[in-house]
Design a protein around this ligand. Structure first.
Ligand SMILES: Nc1nc2c(ncn2[C@@H]2O[C@H](COP(=O)(O)OP(=O)(O)OP(=O)(O)O)[C@@H](O)[C@H]2O)c(=O)[nH]1
Ligand SMILES: [Mg+2]
Length: 219
């Protein structure tokens, strides 16, 4: 969105157009190993799905611009590793994010139970200054379901967070997940913070109609 600055031309100054800074938001993806964090991001960014498991090593960083009805936002996605050995890296990414996406696998009850721990970690770092989305992934594996939709919704209500079920494989509810997040983004972060300004601003490809991805690995 472009705005025109300067009140008038009475003193002979020309109008200087000012471009509103692109709103940037940091989203951190959390959850146990193999629940589908990377797959959800990959589906959203590239509309791809890989059935072979490639564990995330350390943290991956990806950036994508979303063109919403009334504004444009840059999402900075931090894809964390669920493997225990990388846990110590995660708190600083939570601390720096305004959105946390906590993923569990609906066919893995332990991952659902552990989602409470992930939410607790987010609250410990950010209190209520954060949007949290609880995501039950792998709905295409309905015959192996160990967590009902109601259980997911109940936990979300109890924890005061949002909830959605997805399938990265089938591409189910992936765009709605990010649209819900985009709508819930805190408005006051429309200017880039000092914390975000030191991030590498990854080049976006030529604008497709809705979104443009980029990717960098921080392994
Ligand atoms: N059937 C099915 N499989 C999925 C889905 N999402 C992910 N998977 C599979 O689950 C495995 C793990 O997916 P990842 O996206 O790598 O999981 P992750 O949470 O990023 O794992 P870490 O990086 O180790 O934390 C892979 O074999 C994926 O193909 C889904 O929606 N349905
Ligand atoms: Mg991963």
């Amino acid at each position: 969105m472009a705005t025109v600055g300067g009140a008038g031309l009475a003193n002979g100054q020309s109008r200087i157009p000012q471009v509103a800074p692109l709103a940037k938001y940091k989203l951190v993806f959390l959850g146990d190993q193999s629940v589908g964090k990377t797959s959800i991001i990959t589906r959203f960014m590239y509309d791809n799905f890989d059935k072979n498991y490639q564990a995330t090593i350390g943290i991956d960083f990806l950036s994508k611009t979303m063109y919403l009805e009334d504004r444009t936002v840059r999402l900075q996605l931090w894809d964390t590793a669920g493997q225990e050995r990388f846990r110590s890296l995660i708190p600083s990414y939570i601390r720096d994010s305004s959105v946390a996406v906590v993923v569990y696998d609906i066919t893995n009850r332990a991952s659902f139970l552990n989602s409470s721990e992930w939410i607790k970690d987010v609250r410990a770092e950010r209190g209520n200054e954060v949007v949290i989305m609880l995501v039950g992934n792998k709905t295409d594996l309905a015959d192996r379901r160990q967590v009902s939709v109601e259980e997911g919704e109940d936990k979300a209500k109890k924890e005061g967070v949002m909830h959605i079920e997805t399938s990265a494989k089938a591409g189910y509810n992936i765009k709605p997940l990010f649209r819900k997040l985009a709508t819930a983004l805190p408005g006051m972060e429309s200017a880039p913070s000092t914390a975000s300004s030191n991030l590498i601003d990854i080049k976006l490809s030529a604008q497709p109609p809705e979104e443009a991805p980029s990717r960098q690995c921080y392994c």
